[in-house]
Design a protein around this ligand. Structure first.
Ligand SMILES: [Zn+2]
Length: 332
């Protein structure tokens, strides 16, 4: 920073003070952020809590990659869930390009084995990162959905399950699982009986159809719960809200499809009534969707704006820790 000290000494002194103050402020902010990032990677309080960690994944050279595809390059979802008795669970794994980043974060958290993994649907921004994890982190069991997709990413994912002999099972509505001794999972979607045999023209299945067949499940610990929704659209949100009004209610909601306007219908929000909503995306796709949740008094966090997001459920209440607060006049 350049300061002009050829002018009056008093002015120069003020400038110096101002420069010093801004450096101090910057230093404090940096120290503060370091502290909060340390909180995200500090696992000492995980025991006795249902801990949910949303990774803020970043696609390096995104513009360059975008030039070679008509699909939108976004990092996708990767969520680490740790049960009160220490089971490690990964829900989705982000885009293929962020696999190394995810692996590094998991190692930083001391995760050298995943007891369970969930692949919500066979799109590359959800299953791509598993291709990096397979040779590096043992997975006790993979839960996925019986939904086809004619892509190399899905072929490599299924090949990986075979190559690394990972036990795996398809989930559908009505399934109930225990994840450790304290956390139960209730599966609400895809509808029972979903498989390539029951789908119309499974070889030409649309992106919207695949998204609507995402795994939707609620995790329960004591009186607290979190609802994961993959990438479902409005039509499926309305169907599920009408079909499962009780089961959809949850303290924490994963906003469907990265908070895009394809979802987050009023019906969904009124069924779930989330205290906390997470938008997992490197930017904010829709200000209207953000503000819609706020209008229902939900606290909304966005990975691309808040950084890594740590959520702790103690069976009675929810606590959220973020790296930085959102400060924008457009967001209520
Ligand atoms: Zn997605």
């Amino acid at each position: 920073m350049l300061t002009d000290c050829s002018r009056a000494k008093a002015h120069c002194g003020k400038m110096r003070t101002r420069v010093l103050l801004s450096w101090l402020l910057l230093l404090l902010l940096t120290l503060g952020q370091g502290h909060v990032e340390a909180a995200f990677f500090d696992t000492s309080e995980d025991s006795g809590h249902l801990t949910i960690r949303y990774f803020n994944l970043v696609v390096e050279n995104k513009e360059e990659l975008q030039r070679h595809t008509d699909r939108t390059i976004k990092p996708g979802d990767a969520i680490l869930v740790t049960t009160p008795d220490g089971r490690q669970i990964l829900i989705d794994s982000g885009l293929t390009y962020v696999g190394d980043q995810l692996l590094k974060f998991l190692q930083q958290l001391g995760v050298d084995r995943l007891d369970y993994a969930f692949a919500t649907h066979p799109h590359w921004d959800h299953i791509g990162g598993f291709l990096t994890l397979f040779p590096n982190i043992p997975i006790g069991k993979m839960y996925h959905v019986n939904v086809p997709n004619d892509t190399d990413t899905l072929r490599l994912f299924l090949q990986g399950l075979d190559d690394y002999a990972i036990p795996n099972r398809f989930l559908e509505a009505g399934d109930q699982l225990m994840l450790g001794d304290y956390v139960s999972a209730s599966v609400l979607n895809p509808p029972a009986g979903t498989s390539p045999d029951t789908l119309e023209s499974p070889e030409n299945i649309s992106t919207a159809r695949i998204n609507n067949l995402s795994l939707v499940m609620r995790l329960d610990y004591g009186e607290t719960s979190a609802l994961f929704t993959g990438d479902i659209y409005r039509a499926q949100e309305r169907y599920l809200s009408a079909e499962y009004p009780e089961e959809m209610r949850a303290n924490v909601l994963h906003a469907p499809h990265h908070g895009e306007e394809t979802g987050s219908s009023f019906e969904l929000i009124e069924a779930v009534m989330p205290e906390v909503t997470i938008i997992s995306r490197d930017d904010l796709a829709s200000i209207a969707i953000f503000n819609r949740y706020r209008a229902y008094d939900s606290d909304v966090y966005v990975t691309g704006m808040n950084g890594h997001i740590l959520i702790r459920l103690d069976g009675e209440s929810v606590q959220v820790v973020v790296e930085q607060e959102i400060d924008s006049p457009f967001l209520h």
